[in-house]
Design a protein around this ligand. Structure first.
Ligand code: G4P
Ligand code: NA
Ligand code: NA
Length: 194
């Protein structure tokens, strides 16, 4: 998605440890025009799927996931990282390992908001090692629902997440794929334009 790549080049910063800072439009400030276009692009790519629900993980997945749900006209729910005071219901939960923090955290969705009849599109802001996506997939399966695919705003293709998901048979659609962040520069994966 060329508009997103332009935003990354113009407003993104490469941090020394191979992490891309995009606080200016995705992880802190959120650019509404860009998010609208991101929603349209995910909706276009998954238009052939009978999606009933979009799920993501709080907090940075919420904006792109919500915009996509508006475009597709489907339901939307985000998984919680910490149980809220009002989450007294029964939950589907999964343990997600963070390589950067080197610890597990629990993510949860109420059984009220995902059911066996759902066909679920998973959306997230970043794909690194794939642990968040795998945790969300686990929750979808616990509910007896099906996975339509995984939509990622920014994929770090030099990390293992994409291949893990593809090997398990999931469709992964990433709007920007980063081949390298070496020498403080963003290099995108070269893709055929259609
Ligand atoms: P890992 O797969 O590389 O181990 O990453 P980890 O799960 O530890 O991810 C920790 C957080 O960092 C996640 O956000 C993830 O989306 C984000 N992240 C991973 N790589 C990058 C990167 O290159 N740039 C940016 N900006 N973020 C990255 P989170 O903690 O869930 O936070 P949020 O959703 O509230 O923003
Ligand atoms: Na994030
Ligand atoms: Na995230």
């Amino acid at each position: 998605m060329q508009l997103l790549k332009n935003y990354i080049q113009e407003h993104g910063t490469v941090l020394t440890d191979g992490v891309l800072k995009v606080d200016a439009f995705l992880n802190h400030a959120v650019d509404p025009k860009l998010m609208t276009e991101i929603g349209r692009e995910f909706a276009r790519r998954f238009s052939q799927e009978p999606i009933t629900k979009i799920i993501t993980l709080e907090s940075s997945g919420i904006a792109p996931a919500l915009m996509t749900s508006i475009e597709l006209g489907c339901d939307f729910v985000f998984a919680r990282k910490r149980k809220s005071l009002t989450m007294t219901d029964r939950l589907y939960s999964s343990q997600v390992y963070s390589f950067t923090k080197q610890q597990y955290s629990e993510i949860s969705i109420s059984k009220d908001f995902i059911t066996a009849s759902d066909h679920v599109l998973i959306i997230d802001d970043f794909l690194a090692n794939g642990q968040a996506a795998l945790g969300l997939i686990d929750i979808v399966h616990q509910a007896g629902a099906s996975v339509a695919g995984i939509g990622i705003v920014i994929e770090k293709s030099f990390q293992s997440g994409r291949n893990k998901l593809i090997e398990k048979g999931y469709r992964v659609e990433s709007l920007a794929r980063i081949a390298s962040l070496e020498k403080q520069k963003v290099a995108f994966v070269q893709e055929k334009t259609i």
